[in-house]
Design a protein around this ligand. Sequence first.
Ligand SMILES: N[C@@H](CCC(=O)N[C@@H](CS)C(=O)NCC(=O)O)C(=O)O
Length: 209
Amino acid sequence: MLKIHGRANSINVQKALWAADECGIAYEQTNVGGPFGGNDQPWYRAMNPNGVVPTIDDDGYVLWESNAIVRYLCATHAAGTLWPTDPRARGEADRWMDWQATTVMSGMTTLFWGLIRTAPEKRDIKAIDAARPATAAVWARLDAHLATRPYVAGEHFTMGDIPVGAVCYRWLNLPFRRDDLPALPHLQAWYDRLAQRPAYRKHVMITMT
Ligand SMILES: N[C@@H](CCC(=O)N[C@@H](CS)C(=O)NCC(=O)O)C(=O)O
């Protein structure tokens, strides 16, 4: 059976769990990382030398990097739907997956770690204040894209929605004022569509810790 190693409040683990459920794959999840530890242990480092979560073990096939895991699960269990077989449609999904990892995460990491995982007295308020409008401007690019399609790769939900969808929950729930930020109505409408998916509610809409 597929094993997914990683704690459930890790955004990168959430992507793998969400994708597995969307694909209807049975799996066992083990709590690794954060307060659970284990990711510094030899058994884990032998699978994933980076010592981060998630890592999957699919009957002996070991894979790390959350977006690679999402692609693998969707390609093996949902080709033609979540993993588009048309190269251009797949390219569309792929680019928003890579955009999540390369473009959205720098500001989101400053904001999430600063506001959620750092004690108030230790926060870098200057960095948080700078990241707030900068990150809103990045999300505005996806908002504009979603003005003309319901999902990132077009008419249907695909793997491309998973990484950005996971981070979007955090963005929309970060505790700061938004009255001076651009309105993001298409992003909100897309989030509302995602929120109707049981696997999104189960794995992503659970925690801001
Ligand atoms: N690029 C990696 C990043 C993985 C990563 O940084 N995971 C974090 C949790 S979101 C981690 O393992 N942190 C250490 C820990 O949880 O102990 C991926 O997408 O899988």
